[in-house]
Structure formats: structure tokens, C-alpha cells
Design a protein around this ligand. Structure first.
Ligand SMILES: Nc1ncnc2c1ncn2[C@@H]1O[C@H](COP(=O)(O)OP(=O)(O)OP(=O)(O)O)[C@@H](O)[C@H]1O
Length: 237
């Protein structure tokens, strides 16, 4: 369970996140949607203890990230793709994370298999395609067998097959009772993946509910968004 309560984040005078509250429940894929610059990454960075909130609390299984006893076994996160050193081989990137978090090394081959990178395990990350880097990021997030996944733009830059692989994986992961929170600015894609939706615009939550609640009375999620924000297609997406 993820609970974000009244979180605000300011960068100097700039209010990036303004009293944001929402939750993401077990067994469901929750989409955190908004245009570029809406405040998605800032919110996720607070949730994952990378940045401190100006006010409010963000809890994972009832605790702030920084007080989780075994963070990687509780929540797997992917921000900015794999962010691995290009000279390092994929398998070594995962080994380094596993060792520094006391995760058994058998998990390395398991997660490589899960994301379809077994054969490319010994290739240097600098030679990976964007899709392979995204998969490596997902593999790293899965190492600790977490009950919660937080993914920032996981399908950004992927081809349709890559998108389908990730989508199918996340669906199955949630169906096993896990919590999945993913951010995206791609509405059409997200609508096909998620159960629940939280829409953020200019730092504020403007809609929060199940996919069917949000899209009711609209032709599509995209249509619902433009109607909620009063913006026009092509303005910011
Ligand atoms: N370190 C920072 N210093 C100053 N302003 C920042 C910083 N990080 C983000 N911002 C600003 O805060 C706002 C929210 O940015 P954020 O990256 O959270 O949005 P986002 O929804 O994740 O968008 P994107 O999809 O483009 O990453 C933007 O106006 C951005 O310019």
C-alpha cells in the first residue's frame, strides 16, 4: 500500500507539488498521469526518499521510505531507466545492487530471465538499446522480490512489443496481490494498463478514481483529461 498525504514540494519559490494526496492499493495497477512538468517525478522522488517533502507525508506499507528496514525488499523502483554505468555488464550492475542489499545471488539470473535479458547479461550496458536499459531497470527493481513497484515512465521510448511485454508483466504482478504505481504522460498507453488513475496537473491532483469512473461520459482517457484540465490536445502532451 502506498499513501501520499498532503505532500507539497517547493524548489525555491517554485511549487512543483501542491498538497497532493492519493493512494495505490495492493492487487491494482495505479497510473500516475500528467503532462511534462506536472509534478510526477517530484512526487515519486519524495515517495522514494530521494527528496524531502516541503510538507506532508508519503508512506510505503505505513512507513516513510527512509525508515523501511529492508527498502529493496519492500519496494522496487525505477526512475530514469536503469541508470547503470555504461562500462558495466548488465549482470554486474545487478550483482552490485544485490550484494549491497544482501539479496541472494540466485535472484540475479531469475530477474534477468523475467525481463528477457538472460542472453544479454554479459553485454556492457553502454551497448544496450533503450528498451534493454528499461528492462535492466525493471530487473533491478525486482531483485528484492518487493510487494510494491514504483516505476517512472517505464514504457517511455519502447517499441510496441516492449510496451506489451512490460504491460503484461505489470498486470500479472498486480494480479498476484502486489501494488504497482507507474507514472506516464502517455494516456492512450496507460489506459490499457491500469485499474486506477490519479491525474496531476500543475502540481495538483485533478482527478482520482478507477479507470471507468474517470472515463465515464468521455470517449477516451485523453478526452477525459482535456475536459478536466480545460486544455486542448497538442498543448502540453
Ligand atoms: N530540482 C529542481 N529544481 C527546480 N525546479 C524543479 C526541479 N525538479 C523539478 N522542477 C520543476 O518542478 C516541476 C515539476 O517537475 P517534475 O519533473 O516533477 O514533473 P513531471 O510531471 O515528472 O514531468 P516530466 O514528465 O517532464 O518529468 C517542473 O516545473 C520542473 O521544472
Amino acid at each position: 500500500m502506498i499513501e501520499v498525504k498532503d505532500v507539497s514540494k517547493k524548489y525555491g519559490p517554485k511549487v512543483a507539488v501542491d498538497r497532493v494526496s492519493f493512494s495505490a492499493a495492493p492487487g491494482r495497477v495505479t497510473g500516475f498521469l500528467g503532462p511534462n512538468g506536472a509534478g510526477k517525478s517530484s512526487t515519486l522522488r519524495v515517495l522514494l526518499g530521494i527528496d524531502r517533502a516541503t510538507s506532508g507525508t508519503a508512506l510505503i506499507e505505513g512507513r516513510p521510505y527512509t525508515s523501511l528496514r529492508q527498502p529493496l525488499r519492500t519496494v522496487g523502483a525505477m526512475l530514469d531507466g536503469a541508470s547503470a554505468v555504461p562500462e558495466r555488464r548488465g549482470v554486474d550492475h545487478l550483482r552490485w545492487i544485490a550484494q549491497s542489499n544482501r539479496i541472494p545471488s540466485r535472484r540475479i539470473s531469475e530477474v534477468l530471465e523475467t525481463v528477457g535479458l538472460s542472453e544479454a547479461a554479459k553485454v556492457r550496458v553502454g551497448k544496450y538499446s533503450l528498451g534493454m536499459k528499461q528492462r535492466l531497470g525493471l530487473a533491478a527493481a525486482l531483485l528484492g522480490e518487493p510487494r510494491i513497484l514504483v516505476l517512472d515512465e517505464p514504457v517511455n521510448g519502447l517499441d510496441p512489443e516492449g510496451i506489451r511485454t512490460i504491460r503484461t508483466f505489470l498486470r500479472r504482478y498486480a494480479d498476484q496481490g502486489n501494488t504497482v504505481l507507474l507514472s506516464s504522460h502517455l494516456m492512450g498507453e496507460t489506459a490499457e494498463t491500469v485499474d486506477d488513475i490519479v491525474i496531476i496537473d500543475k502540481g495538483r491532483i485533478i482527478a482520482n478514481g478507477s479507470l471507468s469512473e474517470i472515463t465515464e461520459g468521455h470517449a477516451s482517457l485523453e478526452d477525459a483529461f482535456f475536459s478536466l484540465t480545460g486544455s486542448q490536445p497538442g498543448q502540453s502532451w
